[in-house]
Design a protein around this ligand. Structure first.
Ligand code: XMP
Length: 320
């Protein structure tokens, strides 16, 4: 049982000092690796790790091909300004070949976990001689995985997998007692810019969690383009999270006077405090109308746009 530290009960300075000491003790005079996605959790862990280890922590951004438009360069740029060098590792081919032909959600998650931890990070850790991986698992990730709701890709030991045996390195999880609101507080105290600690959550399996059915490069590109529109239009809503989802089934549409058996995008926008429960944001019809028009105009092959009105539970926030 992991004991929760609530955002209200969190003393940011004390927490940071304790975690910096813990990381220093765990790594000793060795080196460590951390994978940064640019989300709140991994960004916070990157700053904690660098405070503890300085240049003895190597930060990598794994370009899986499943990330959002321009994300790798953007994240590396923000961290460069914070004095942290980020190495971008191109693993697109490996991720797409492991996802080929897989449509089951849990199998997709497992394939991503395998490529991410065993193949890509395993290789990086081996080549660097590092003994541990620092990662930003939070309490909600652990709970939902252990409860069997969804296998979050960063939950390893809590599922009874020994990372040393399975991947060849140890895993340190400094923020595992926190939830998202607590992590934001720590990120802010560590000097992350607001554009990072206020960033909406983004799932570990990235855009593949938003493609129902097979995550091919083409289908990922479709959801990536729809994500650009959704994030642009819903940025000002102050909602907890918003996303585009690509459906597997097609519907009959028409374009230029001809039948177009096209794809469907579902938009979700959530109000939530900690992602355990959530309700759809009451968007105005004007915004919904703009979402539809701009997605239909900017995303090739899409003929239908819908808005999700179901709360979590019984829905979950991501579709897959
Ligand atoms: P769900 O979909 O479980 O998402 O209601 C809750 C929050 O966790 C974020 N998140 C993930 N969701 N797989 C997920 O399904 C992951 O690996 C993951 N990592 C983070 C999700 O975006 C939402 O904020």
């Amino acid at each position: 049982m992991i004991e929760e530290i609530t955002a209200q009960g969190l003393d940011a300075e004390r927490f940071i000092n304790e975690k910096v000491m813990e990381i220093k003790n765990a790594v000793g005079d060795g080196t460590a690796i951390n994978a940064l996605s640019g989300g709140v959790d991994s960004s916070t862990v990157t700053m904690l790790g660098h405070r503890a280890l300085g240049s003895r922590l190597e930060t990598v951004f794994i370009e899986s091909g499943l990330m959002r438009e321009g994300e790798a360069g953007q994240v590396a740029g923000v961290f460069r300004k914070l004095g942290v060098t980020v190495r971008i590792v191109d693993a697109r081919k490996e991720f797409f070949s492991s996802l080929k032909g897989i449509t089951d959600p849990e199998e997709k998650r497992e394939a991503i976990t395998r490529v991410f931890y065993r193949n890509v990070l395993g290789r990086i850790v081996n080549a660097s001689g590092a003994k541990c991986l620092l990662q930003g698992t939070i309490l909600t990730d652990v709970e939902e995985t252990v409860a069997g709701i969804k296998r979050q890709h960063n939950v390893i030991e809590q599922l009874g997998i020994d990372p040393q045996e399975a991947f060849g390195y140890r895993i340190i999880e400094p923020i595992v007692r926190l939830r998202k609101d607590g992590v934001r507080k720590i990120g802010m105290a560590l000097g992350l810019p607001a554009e990072l600690f206020e960033r909406i959550p983004f799932p570990g399996p990235a855009l593949s969690a938003r493609v129902i059915g097979e995550a091919t490069p083409e289908r990922i590109e479709t959801v990536r383009k729809a994500t650009v529109v959704v994030e642009r239009l819903l940025k000002e809503t102050g909602a907890f999270q918003y996303m585009a989802i690509l459906h597997d089934d097609r519907v009959t549409g028409m374009r230029d006077g001809k039948r177009d058996f096209g794809q469907q995008i579902e938009v979700r926008c959530w109000d939530s405090i900690d992602a355990r429960t959530a309700t759809p944001t009451k968007l105005s019809f004007e915004i919904l109308d703009q979402l539809a028009r701009q997605i239909l105009r900017e995303v090739p092959g899409v003929v239908s746009v819908t808005y999700n009105i179901s709360p979590k539970p019984p829905s979950t926030m991501e579709a897959v």
